[in-house]
Ligand binder design. Structure first.
Ligand code: DUC
Ligand code: ZN
Ligand code: ZN
Length: 474
């Protein structure tokens, strides 16, 4: 007897869309084919709908102390918001300051995440390369954490890795089949520009973006890639925003160097004109929003396989946190000072809808591409495939059912992210998740959350060494 049969759906993988039933028992997919309804406790007819592997979010910052703020959600609340966007597993980063043990910080973070309703994992983070810190790389990888994040900027915030640290982490990560993850922005360029704005006393929202132009990102991207080439190791660059960086990636990917690239939905759909508005501080994130030209370059990168991953870089700060260090002018407008605004945008819940609508329904991507970009490729590169990321016998029954005809106008009211604004307010979406299943249990149905606090489990990860030797996930 099965617990659940999903009948008549169009089952999506990166390669194909095929119609068959899915039989689920004990949290796992047990068979694909055609099944009699009498064989299951519950049968859901999903005729005409698409059945996709649950979205995996490998890039978010929840309850992460940063620039004096923490974020609006607990991990449980974050898991609810994610579930409405089809997310069935997420990964956050260890909180690290100098002197902290990366290993201990990962364990502490995993404990914090245990209240999640969906499965979860943690990435290690490196802010220095002391002997103790570096020796944790092996321990982390043995524990099931093979991914290690480093920031190439945020020196003043105390989380930047210097070049020596990058090189050391690259080298040791390589020896344990690990994957360094990079936030690429040149601290030197950003800091010089920011200091100039401060000395001119012009810290407008518009100037924020000017301080961190394409070249600020592209220089750090190039440097990270050069170091990867030197060590001959794999890296993953998060939240890439522009074609200049992609050209660097193309150059080395074509030689087989495993440089994996992620972009996020906000860089595809939101632009730097937002910084011209009075509330432009709500759109402050790093790297900053760019122009439609760069977004077009990113769509091309998604189409030609230069970008194999998407991540939301979710930082759900409400207006109170975004504004907490700002003052107002006599006329009630903001005294614009970008140095006092926490960086980050909310995006966890809208990543799949945006890719379905702007990607599939606008003819830029196939639904199979979106499956790869939101789930299969993420599971592969982060080391939890085939437990996650695919609808196949033996895999966890983490599933999102999508109605490609469903139209939703994005607004703060339709999202579940606990904040009082939506940067995509008014954006018309066609193609939306309508049901989310986590390990065989329906956790979102008919607009209601049915999951349980603490039901998520920590997922140990191990990356297929082939993906780390040569570019590509096939
Ligand atoms: N970028 C953001 O916008 N926020 C948090 C960290 C980051 O890299
Ligand atoms: Zn970042
Ligand atoms: Zn991030």
């Amino acid at each position: 007897m099965y617990d659940l049969i999903l009948k008549n759906g169009k089952v999506v993988s990166p390669e194909a869309t095929l119609e068959y039933d899915i039989a689920i028992a004990n949290g796992k997919i047990v068979a694909l084919g055609q099944f009699d309804e009498s064989l299951a406790t519950r049968v859901i007819d999903v005729k005409g709908k698409y059945i996709m592997p649950g979205v995996i979010e490998a890039h978010m910052h929840c309850q992460a102390p940063f620039q004096g703020c923490l974020g609006a959600n607990t991990f449980y609340e974050q898991s609810i918001s994610g579930a409405f966007g089809g997310v069935t597993m997420f990964m956050d980063f260890a909180n690290m300051s100098k002197g902290d043990s990366p290993y201990k910080q990962v364990l502490a973070r995993a404990e914090e995440m245990a209240e999640s309703a969906i499965d979860y994992s943690v990435h290690g983070k490196f802010v220095e390369s002391t002997e103790e810190a570096i020796s944790d790389i092996k321990k982390l990888s043995e524990y099931g954490i093979p991914t290690f994040k480093m920031f190439m900027t945020y020196k003043k915030e105390g989380v930047m890795s210097d070049d020596e640290t990058l090189l050391k982490v690259f080298k040791v990560a390589k020896s344990v089949n690990g994957l360094p993850m990079l936030h690429c922005e040149s601290n030197a360029i950003a800091e010089m520009n920011i200091d100039e704005c401060i000395s001119k006393n012009d810290m407008s929202w518009v100037n924020f973006a000017k301080c961190k132009p394409v070249l600020c990102e592209a220089e750090a991207f190039d440097r990270a890639v050069n170091y990867a080439e030197y060590i001959d190791t794999a890296i993953l660059v998060v939240h890439t925003t522009n074609g200049k960086a992609l050209d660097t990636a193309r150059r080395v990917q074509s030689k087989g160097l495993p440089v994996y690239v992620e972009t996020g939905p906000h860089y595809l759909t939101l632009f730097d004109d937002l910084y011209k508005g009075e509330n432009g501080h709500l759109a402050i994130c790093s790297p900053p929003l760019r122009t439609p030209k760069e977004a077009e370059e990113l769509w091309q990168g998604l189409q030609d396989g230069t970008i194999l991953l998407t991540g939301s870089d979710d930082c759900t700060f409400d207006v109170d946190e975004k504004s907490m260090f700002l003052e107002k002018n006599e006329n009630g407008t903001w005294k614009q000072d970008f140095t006092k605004v926490v960086n980050g945008l909310s995006g966890l819940e809208v990543r799949l809808p945006i890719l379905l609508s702007e990607g599939v329904n606008k003819g830029r991507l196939t639904i199979n591409n979106v499956c790869a970009l939101t789930s299969t490729n993420i599971a592969k590169i982060y080391g939890c495939f085939p437990q996650k990321g695919i609808i196949a016998p033996g895999s966890d029954a983490d599933i999102v059912i999508v109605d490609m005809e469903k139209e939703v106008t994005l607004s703060k009211e339709v999202l579940h992210n606990n904040i009082s604004y939506c940067l995509h307010e008014g954006m018309k979406i066609k193609g939306y998740p309508i049901m989310t299943i986590s390990k065989g249990k329906v956790i979102v149905e008919d607009g209601k959350f049915l999951g349980e606090k603490g039901a998520g489990q920590f997922i140990k990860r191990k990356i297929n060494p082939e993906y780390l030797k040569k570019y590509g996930l096939n």
